[in-house]
Write a protein that binds this ligand. Structure first.
Ligand code: GLA
Length: 379
């Protein structure tokens, strides 16, 4: 069972002897298609999921923030008037958001509370974006700042880039703050225009966690970004979003082999993402599934960000007769895959895929049907 409001309220009440004044929730996400396109000004199609970070809190009259993490069983605190980097740890995400909000001119109030989450860490489901957006939502609430979900997502991304030092794109924070129950959202990562698209009836979205992990701070992510920038410079455009497949094909012979592959992934992935949302809107699940399968092949072969575990998981999923399509999701190198599956056969799919994966790899996976939820909110 996902964490619920009553759980976080009970944690707070146990610690402070009275109920919290405010409770916030910000979800993790799974991306249906559009991978490694956000930092190329391209398109993504994620949904906010029923795994989230929760904070129960009450305001303080001073500038201190005091938080107890249920998951780490650890109390940490900081002073809003004197924000300093310390050794890496969960509290740095809260501090980074505070720093960004203050740097943007917002006047913040202190608070104290408890924090808990059920987004698996490092699994490609954006646990850090969920923590950032929950923190932003908490600060906005106690400091009486009107909630602007898109502006706050940009600040969340900035804190991840500048305070945490991870050079991520905008997708994770933006869907964590703007997600809509029952919908995936097509995001134009250049204009930040959001187009919610209802998840088709009769289809289950299944998250398949390989139980393998690799950090995002990894040089591989930054290396891909530089390769994309080099390709954009070669085509004399601002970002690969501006290169069509025809433009690419006309000149790709002049690119070195690696840059050529990286660019082909991004350009074809943008096309697939647009086609995928169109297919979803007309209820053409077979096409949506096929595009997800193609996305995986492109991430594996051209972008080179899959892993043996992810490939085994995706193949196990695709082999099931109720599966329309499956692919790795998130940055890659480990973590989760996502599949869309006929809802009436979802239980069988979960059981069959889990045991096929475990038999081949020896890892015990976590496979579950997820639902699309609303973005960061006071609850
Ligand atoms: C991570 C980043 C996102 C995005 C994905 C890949 O999740 O945080 O910004 O780049 O990888 O699509």
């Amino acid at each position: 069972m996902p964490l619920a409001k009553k759980d976080i309220v009970a944690y707070f009440t146990e610690r402070f002897g009275q109920p919290p004044t405010l409770v916030v929730r910000a979800p993790g996400r799974v991306n249906l298609i559009g991978e490694h396109t956000d930092y190329n000004d391209g398109f993504v199609l994620p949904l906010a999921i029923d795994r989230a970070v929760w904070i129960a809190l009450r305001p303080r009259s001073d500038c201190r923030v005091k938080v107890y993490s249920i998951d780490y069983q650890e109390a940490r605190e900081f002073d809003l008037a004197n924000l300093k980097h310390e050794k890496a740890g969960w509290i740095e995400y809260l501090k980074g958001v505070a720093w960004c909000l203050q740097d943007a001119g917002m006047k913040l109030q202190g608070w104290e509370g408890v924090l808990a989450g059920d987004v698996p860490l490092g699994a490609g489901l954006s646990s850090s974006a969920a923590l950032e957006m929950a923190t932003a939502r908490a600060f906005a609430a106690v400091s009486d700042i009107a909630w602007d979900a898109v502006a706050q997502a940009k600040l969340g991304q900035r804190s991840e880039n500048k305070w945490i030092g991870v050079n991520c794109g905008i997708m994770d924070q933006l869907i964590s703050s703007t997600g809509l129950a029952g919908h995936a959202t097509l995001i134009d990562c250049r204009s930040l225009e959001l187009q919610p698209a209802p998840l088709p009836a009769g289809v289950a979205v299944v998250v398949l966690d390989t139980a393998t992990r690799r950090g995002l701070v990894d040089s591989a992510y930054n290396e891909r970004r530089s390769q994309c920038e080099a390709a954009a410079a070669f085509f004399q455009v601002k970002a690969l979003r501006d290169v069509t497949m025809a433009m690419f094909e006309a000149k790709s012979g002049q690119l070195d082999a690696t840059t050529c592959c990286r660019a082909r992934h991004v350009i074809s992935e943008d096309d697939r993402t647009i086609h995928a949302v169109e297919a979803m809107r007309r209820g053409d699940i077979a096409t949506l599934g096929r595009l997800m399968n193609e996305s995986h092949a492109s991430l594996r072969d051209d972008y080179d960000v899959s892993s043996d575990a992810l490939n085994v998981m995706v193949e196990a999923a695709q082999a099931h007769k109720a599966c329309y399509g499956a692919r790795m999701t998130g940055a890659g190198f480990g973590g989760c895959a996502v599949a869309i599956v006929r809802v009436d056969a979802a239980d069988d799919f979960v059981a069959a895929t889990s045991s096929a994966y475990q038999a081949k790899t020896g890892h015990k996976p976590a496979v579950y049907v997820c639902s699309a939820t609303d973005g960061a909110a006071l609850v």
